[in-house]
Write a protein that binds this ligand. Structure first.
Ligand SMILES: [Zn+2]
Length: 263
């Protein structure tokens, strides 16, 4: 499926349009489907774009919205595998767009109500001219290999007993590569080499862009930062702990590493 972004609401009506309506971070669905704008009863729409030609709109519902019979409000994560993949990804885009639009209703510099800027995904201040674009927080995530094993850690905020790759947010002024080296040094006390870019993934919880790398251990003693990591170790592919669920990029990095070392 092909998605083309749009920044201004088209005039013409699209009877096949899709409506992504959120109450907080929960999406309104009917079974395995998103709604139609006709279900939203005149609520103001934010335009996202077209998916295979179908207009896609986003809506903000009240925090205490009560779904009608046959409809449900669900967080995005459990909807993965239930909504078609392109719709799930688009729902993440819609969630971030709705949150950004709500959080930038007023200028962050002078407090004046902002306005949609035509032709852009931006809100502008008519008083001081400040523009606000959707916020993205880039984060690196790294699969570190050492002699056929991978470093997997259980973070302090992880659910259950899951172990995953090391990850961290990019600081202002830092390159992705510098961030990888700093995060690994801070969280695990080791040095790495042979960084290879391994793909990226939008992660709308709430507005990350995960940038994946693989790397090789280059030196140092494994020393885990207890403020971030509860436990961590080098795991062999035939003796793995509980892994992160799909569709996380962490799981993809781990699966790709398993395929590399076991074939
Ligand atoms: Zn302003």
């Amino acid at each position: 499926m092909r998605f083309e972004p749009l920044y201004d609401l088209p005039q013409e009506h699209d009877p096949a349009a899709l409506a992504f309506a959120f109450s907080g971070d929960r999406l309104l669905v009917r079974g395995d489907a998103v709604l139609s704008p006709a279900d939203l009863d005149g609520l103001p729409a934010l335009v996202l774009g077209r998916l295979d030609g179908r207009l896609c709109l986003a809506y903000e519902l009240a925090d205490d919205h009560e779904p009608e019979d046959g409809l449900e409000l669900l967080p995005l994560r459990p909807l993965w595998g239930r909504l078609e993949e392109p719709l799930w990804t688009l729902a993440g885009r819609a969630l971030q767009t709705v949150a950004w639009n709500r959080d930038h209703a007023f200028c962050g510099r002078c407090g004046t109500p902002t306005e949609h800027l035509p032709g852009e995904r931006a809100r502008g201040c008519p008083n001081c001219g400040l523009s606000a674009y959707p916020r993205l927080a880039p984060a690196v995530i790294v699969l570190i290999e050492r002699d056929g094993s991978a470093l997997l850690c259980h973070g302090v905020r992880f659910p259950g007993k899951m172990y995953s790759c090391l990850a961290g947010f990019v600081e202002p002024g830092e390159s992705l590569e510098e961030c990888v080296h700093r995060e690994i040094r801070e969280e695990a006390g080791i040095e790495v080499t042979d960084l290879v870019y391994a793909g990226s993934q939008p992660w709308p919880f709430p507005h990350s862009l995960m940038v994946g790398f693989s790397a090789r251990y280059a030196g140092g003693e494994l020393t885990l930062d207890p403020s971030e990591i509860v436990d961590g170790a080098w795991f062999r592919p035939d003796d793995l702990p509980a892994l992160p669920p799909y569709p996380s990029i962490a799981r993809r990095l781990i699966d790709e590493w398993i395929a590399r070392v076991t074939t």
